[in-house]
Design a protein around this ligand. Sequence first.
Ligand code: HEM
Length: 405
Amino acid sequence: MTVAQSSPVLDPYDYGFQADPYPVYAWLREHEPLHHNPELDLWALTRHEDIAVALRSDSVYSNSYGVAIEKSAWGPDAHKVMSILGMDPPRQNRLRSLVSRGFTPRRVHNLLPRIQELTDRYLGECLEMGSFDWIADFAGRLPMDVISEMMGVPEEDRAEVRRQADIVVHREDGVYDVPPAGAEASLWLVGYYMDMVAQRRKKPSDDLTSALIEAEIDGERLSDDDVIAFLFLMVVAGNETTTKLLGHAAFHLTRHPDQRELVFGGAGNTDLVAPWVEETLRFDTSSQLLARYLLQDVELHGRVAPQGSKLLLCLGSANRDESVFSRPDEYDITRDQDELAKILSFGGGRHFCLGANLARLEARVALTALVERARSIEVDHDASRRVHSVNVRGFAVEPMQVVPR
Ligand code: HEM
């Protein structure tokens, strides 16, 4: 898809769009802020203001069909695998208040030593190699292991759980729906989590799975199916997204040698890690498109998206909206903090990402360790390869070289 065309069509399956969706978003923000792709019968909102409102209007923009673009994951049964992400209030409220017990600041903070330990181990291996793949050797390992740690998956099972979770989200080029291997891996994970829930019912422990089993509000507890669907959601929502954030952080910083120098120059400046993470979340977020099911007609900018339609909230576009962010297409880790506070990378309203604090903590720990231990980092941008995915944006391969301090 190119902007040379007078009116581009937003097609999430188009490899050109996946390679660089930003020119299409920019055109649509200016000329067609409520957009329709007639072939796929998909609607889309691209302006920050419209998306921010939609995220908070669940009586119109419903999550009840899930948030996925892929057809097989869309429909009224979405909550069976997406848990709260595929529900509207009041059910989503009740369940979210139960599961959020697992994400209290204390629980997230308690993970810090383990995140540090995993970071040190995987980064240590990378530094020893000197030249490695940032995704396969680091960014693709840490987030899933942290999720397993939270859930209470025993250490000896984690590599296999990570392998299966990778298959769940992997898409070969040209594959537009969930492939058989992905469905099989999903069943494997569901079976694994079923066994784990059964074990925790017999013998509770100090992990998230036990906390979910024991959580109670007004006498209500979660069923096994509820707990398993939520554990599965964590894998889908919290694993690849965080991997891709780490991938983008290294990729974009190294494309800007002046900014890399600010972070890695001299003895290294770890104070810049937090803004580096936030600007990366803004500039190239891993969760670009969220689907909504319209419960009512939506009339905006002179056109009507009818009730029953599927509409995409383009978070990646909101983060580049020129009416909110100055020089939106520039990557600038020294950007004004008030601007950065307006990013929509973690959504907003009732479905605001439950794992946002955890994702930020993981990214900060990992990148702080990188700054402390590496004197310089270099990414081979030409050899880096993006995933072809309609769900997440980020790199599958990112060759990196580091010189230890
Ligand atoms: C950079 C990393 C991440 C990004 C960009 C991200 C993005 C998002 C977004 C945009 C939503 C809102 C979806 C909607 O409105 O329909 C969301 C929801 C959610 N995220 Fe994240 N996420 C990240 C990491 C994580 C992690 C690490 C976890 C947990 C381990 C997690 C768990 C969840 C859950 C449970 C929800 C559903 C909340 C609800 O429906 O009430 N996420 N995430």
